[in-house]
Design a protein around this ligand. Sequence first.
Ligand code: ARG
Ligand code: ZN
Length: 874
Amino acid sequence: MADVRATPEVLTPPEAPPSPTHVATRREDYRPPDWLVPEISLDFDLDPQRTRVRASLEIVRNGDHDRPLRLDGDELTLISARVDGREVEPGLDGKQLVLDLPGSRAMVETEVEIAPAANTKLMGLYASGGILCTQCEAEGFRRITFFPDRPDVLSRYRVRMEADKDRFPILLSNGNNIAAGEEGDGRHWAQWEDPFPKPSYLFALVAGDLKANSDSFTTMSGRKVALNIWVREADLPKTAHAMESLKLAMAWDEKVYGREYDLDLFNIVAVADFNMGAMENKGLNIFNSAYVLADQETATDADFDNISRVVAHEYFHNWSGDRITCRDWFQLSLKEGFTVFRDQSFSADIGSAPVKRIDDVRVLRAAQFPEDAGPLAHAVRPDSYIEISNFYTATVYNKGAELIRMMATVLGAEKFRAGTDLYFDRHDGEAATCDDFVKALEDGSGVDLSAFKIWYSQAGTPKVSARLQHDPQTRAATLHLEQRVDPTPGQPDKAPMPIPLRTALIGEDSCAEIAAEQLVLLEKAQATIEFANVAEPPLLSINRGFSAPIVLTVDRRPGELERLAQCDTDPFSRYEALQELMMCALVASATGAAADLEPVTRAVGATLRSDALDAAFKAEAILLPSEPLIADRLDVVDPDAVHESREALRRAIGNELRDDLASAYGTSGAPGHDLSPAAKGVRRLRNVALALIAAGDERVGATLAHRQFMAADNMTDRQAALGTLVSLDAPERDQALAAFYDRFHDDPLVLDKWFALQAAAQRRETVDEVQRLAHHPDFRIGNPNRLRALAGTFGYNHWAFHSPDGRGYRFLTDMILDADKLNPQVAARLIPPFGRWRRFEPKRGELMRESLERIVGARGLSKDVYEQASKSLA
Ligand code: ARG
Ligand code: ZN
């Protein structure tokens, strides 16, 4: 349902009839709320089948107007409504409850009934494995009670809940538990009060048979905070890592941003059914169990890292999100971009900073660049949406983080901190905008950042080309830079953007910095930068640390990249040089040009043998660019050619570098229980080497992988071995898959891995296998993790998804339409792989387009899926 502030604008897709519910909300239509709700009391009579919710809202007119009070509601059964104690017959306008209030204040009471067990959308109050829990961001609170469900209405919450004591012994909400008691009829109750005013999307409630891992943290001012991670009893042993991560995150935010936790209690609850990663509800974070539960037997190193990252992310939201929230949902990146930037910095500090940066850029390129280059492109601060859930995107989150990183780079650490201090101070307790954030950075630092605001409003990834000219006579080097941004939907003409490029020159012979790093700010369409005293032939090291989220093309001499891959003094740029060297060969062979693989294998060999590099870095550097990334470089994509080209290079590396890979595989120093960055790096290198050994020789690879699979004492090595085996046609493949299933089928998170590994397999048969797996007794379309493990993973298995007969498209289309009936939000997230149809060879492009049309034409389609599919067709 569109927000009341909006002037409806119906988007008409090619095939579907315009539907009155599919209207867009526009940023320019923002108006402050007509009515405020300073206080709310909620009373829950909890039951999975029928839950009674009584709400008392203290309503205050905001400004001089005569508009009625409009309360949002969705799938609520209204029992009664009262104004100042008198029963009233409210009007309904669509899903909104409309009340004419004569005075400037009123007490509005409503009573509704909801059915948590029937809530398959997992928005509002729902049931997950016997636990009742809530998800209210962005617009789920209206599925619990009638309320002005928008982030700029901040209220103090008092909550009472009552439930059967045996089934729901633990009753939680935001803030502090102020009272509890028994009803005598097997039911008990608890009362909670949150002293901090908050928007409705931060409300949370949990009831269930939960046990806590309890600990505490003493804040910098000496306050003791009780910490609890609530899970099912059997999962308690798997909560240690999340608890450690939480304490590290609390200390980090004090040290790096001066932010202290503000309540005496911090609760985390893990649930098995969750649409996203986790949710930062004030004092009561609710998590997808995938981002809480881990032990050596069941979780990989990547899982452990993701837990640290997400626990920190949600904790950091307490300031960047809860204390200061968003004025409207167009400002989502205010909290998400900033919080991602904060969690990235945290992970870099507790692990390996260069490897973390490589990882973050890999995510950006895999998810955000394609978004920016396709039909779903939108600005970090979008201009309109039909369904806000569709805008929890890599653009809002990850490009939003990059944009803050650029401003932080320009300011330097000290001034950036002065800016964030002012931001937290100035806007504490408010619902703010992205402009407010930039203004606070400017005022706190004394630096004009206005040029950077275009990064919030202009979509599309800037393309920068660079050319370095050197004159040995005059010892002058000249750097020529040019930028452009391609048109995106609704934005045909683009302006130049400020692009901070950390730049240095490396001597081709000396292999050392001959011009120290400087920050070059490209502000206009073109620029020229002069370097004096350059005697040696220079190598251009630019966009070091990926200082700007751009696509960079450098005009280079043959041999330059290979040299930079050995010499660059910036680890990211060194990684980038080897990746680019591979990419050039891959693009050449995918387009039928002659590809010289020898410089690549030579550079990979040198990297493997280097004494100066650590194992984790080596593993990242020698990993080949993915097939979608190669496809992004082609004008017309033929997935078979892309696959062949990548496989050919993997084979070449596997064959030519047999000995180097064998010795990398033999690296020791990684006992299974050791989670240090060094040990994780060794496991990573061994497993990347294993995959390449198998590419060179299937038999040797299958034997090694199977041996590793059988002997592994940790999930990282076990999953990696199985990951290599699933793409081979070896008898060990099916044995290992069966053994894995037998051992772990009772653990849902590990079973997700079993589904995902098969959906990711690089084999022709994968499309048949995912179809079979969709009928497997353990497949649950209603569980978001399981659906993503099968259908989500398959959509990104480039070669298999783009099967020439269109069966991959049909499979995913069926999945999307089936899932949409239960959970539109999760279904809509499966659509993006179809959005690239224009870039494929005509036969596949046509089949992809037909799939989108089938989706848009389906009866009873949700607005979530409608928006993504219709925009993908445009
Ligand atoms: N604010 C949460 C986070 O970033 C994401 C929740 C989004 N949920 C949703 N249903 N759209 O951590
Ligand atoms: Zn977030």
